[in-house]
Design a protein around this ligand. Structure first.
Ligand code: A3D
Length: 320
């Protein structure tokens, strides 16, 4: 059987890391696309030259021509600009919306059967716009944010409890912004929910609140440290986890920005919810019960996403 084809639209910090991870994990052959001439070609060659030492079998191609993504099984989109210190993700909306138009049209023309994972910020609005511009079915276009936000939460919790990250599960739902919703009740150490761990004296409510806030500010913390761009290692790993779930039909239950109609009382919008990813793309949105406080936080996050989508429609009236 031919190897799957993975197209990476955007060959910047995340794009390059995605290419390296996809090759090392032998997920398929990789095409790196970017408008910057030389960047995708240089990164593809550099990573290919790591193959003999790493021992992977995958071809890597860099290109500035959308025709080279033809027939891709997976497209991961990072094209656009990242934020700089002091900027919010929402400040990127105008410029990245234009990028989503050209990327969506390119994918729609050359890779209409792909599973598309959007990473470009502001995430929930960009994945919505990308789905509209590409014309692909909503279950095949998904945003990566919840896996990363949950990974950050899991990392901080594992440090607090001094336990393996493998045993910490966590859920962060809602939009990928300041209003994201880390769910303590649905987060556990080997099945023991966080509220029980407080009762057991493993941590305090104050410490947990501080971890939740650090999770919400996780992206800004890294932007502040790097000063020249935003996080890229963990975002790339998170998207690769989603791509692998699709390519290997793993039926992973992962928090993703998916199109939600019906579940969570929503009437059709992209926002972070628990989903099952398998060969059909987003095969299911898992409609978990939220308590009153969680629902208030989720609703606030949904409103923030709706505001961004309305701003997109204001900029580009062709968006329905
Ligand atoms: P960066 O290293 O600047 O790479 C972006 C690449 O996009 C550059 O190589 C550009 O040349 C390229 N590009 C720009 N316009 C186009 C276009 N029209 N077509 C094709 N390529 C284009 O950024 P990055 O890789 O660090 O980040 C990429 C995006 O991911 C940014 O919008 C970030 O804000 C976002 N991001 C999202 C998360 C989430 O969790 C959702 C996390 C981290 C970064």
């Amino acid at each position: 059987m031919a190897r799957p084809k993975i197209a990476l639209i955007g060959a910047g910090q995340i794009g390059g890391t995605l290419a390296h991870l996809a090759a090392i994990k032998e997920l398929g052959d990789v095409v790196l696309f970017d408008i910057a001439e030389g960047t995708p070609q240089g990164k593809a060659l550099d990573i290919a030259e790591s193959g003999p030492s790493e021992g992977f079998d995958a071809t890597l191609k860099g290109t500035n021509d959308y025709a080279d993504i033809a027939g891709a099984d997976v497209c991961i989109v990072t094209a656009g600009v990242p934020r700089k210190p002091g900027m919010s993700r929402d400040d990127l909306l105008g410029i990245n919306l234009k990028v989503m138009k050209s990327v969506g049209e390119g994918i729609g023309k050359y890779a209409p059967n792909a599973f598309v994972i959007c990473i470009t910020n502001p995430l929930d609005a960009m994945v919505w716009a990308l789905q509209q511009f590409s014309g692909l079915p909503a279950e095949k276009v998904v945003g990566m944010a919840g896996v990363l936000d949950s990974a950050r939460f899991r990392h901080f919790l594992s440090v607090e409890f001094n336990v393996s990250m493998k045993d910490v599960t966590a859920f962060v739902l809602g939009g990928h912004g300041d209003t994201m919703v880390p769910l303590a009740r649905y987060s556990t150490v080997a099945g023991i929910p966080l509220p029980d761990l407080i009762e057991m004296g493993w941590t305090t409510q104050e410490k947990l609140d501080a971890i939740i806030q650090r999770t919400r500010d996780g992206g800004a913390e890294i932007v502040g440290l790097l000063k020249t761009g935003s996080a890229f290692y963990a975002p790339a790993t998170s998207a690769i986890e989603m791509a692998e779930a699709y390519l290997k039909d793993q039926k992973r239950l992962l928090p993703c920005a998916a199109y939600v109609k019906g579940a969570f009382g929503l009437d059709g919008m992209y926002v972070g919810v628990p989903t099952i990813i398998g060969a059909g793309g987003i095969e299911k949105v898992v409609d978990i019960k939220l308590n009153k406080d969680e629902q208030v936080m989720f609703d606030k996050s949904v409103d923030a996403v709706k505001g961004l989508v309305a701003a997109c429609k204001g900029i580009d009236p062709t968006l329905a």
